[in-house]
Design a protein. Sequence first.
Length: 250
Amino acid sequence: MNPNHIASGDDEGVIKFWDPREEASIRTYSQHFDYITDFIYFEDKRQLVTTSGDGHLSVIDIRSNKAQPLSISDDQEDELLSIVPIKRGTKAIVGSGLGVLSIWDRKKGWGDCVDRIPGHPASVDAMVALTPDIVATGSEDGMIRVIQILPHKFLGVVATHGDFPIERIRLDRNAKWLGSISHEECLKLTDLEDLFEDSSDEDEEMTNDRVEKSDSDEEKSKKKKSKKDSGMKDMGRSQAEDSFDFFADL
């Protein structure tokens, strides 16, 4: 959490706060009844968010002297295994035992998620945010996938550890190398530079397409206006959006 406070979670669901300068824990929380899986810390509110195998997410205000959580979510009826902040800390995404990603909106509270993204064929045991909108997920099937969030889009598999489940994934400070570990007793480093270059090229291509379409529509609109009364106003146009499952090929 900070240089003077460390949080730990054990297999019994007990959360403890520690001060490295002291031998014993300084605070204990017992709102969970199954193992603690992950933490994230929001500095702006000084809140520690915890996920657990009991299917609940809890929020602790570290400023409070009470050994009680600020909030506990509804039962998600699945193990909550990993959590990372997205959208510049305004939301969080949680990985589960059934492979479903759930999105949580801080403004709407921590009672329940606001959206769910199915598609992983196995549990999502580890995650890391690559950008505010893109996350990498480490799954029990040994694959590391990259996914865009809001709008949801599967970007591909960037690494694999064979049949060994992914335990942890982390991004280096330059956002170039993705480190991952599994049960195969080795550290794998994956270069993500090409992934971001491809993503940038795709965004640029989409932007150019929109500009060309906008210019074309503007010319059509001008021709239409010349045939109608000058007092008429263009009412705009609707844009159709394709709806499909980004994870269908997994």
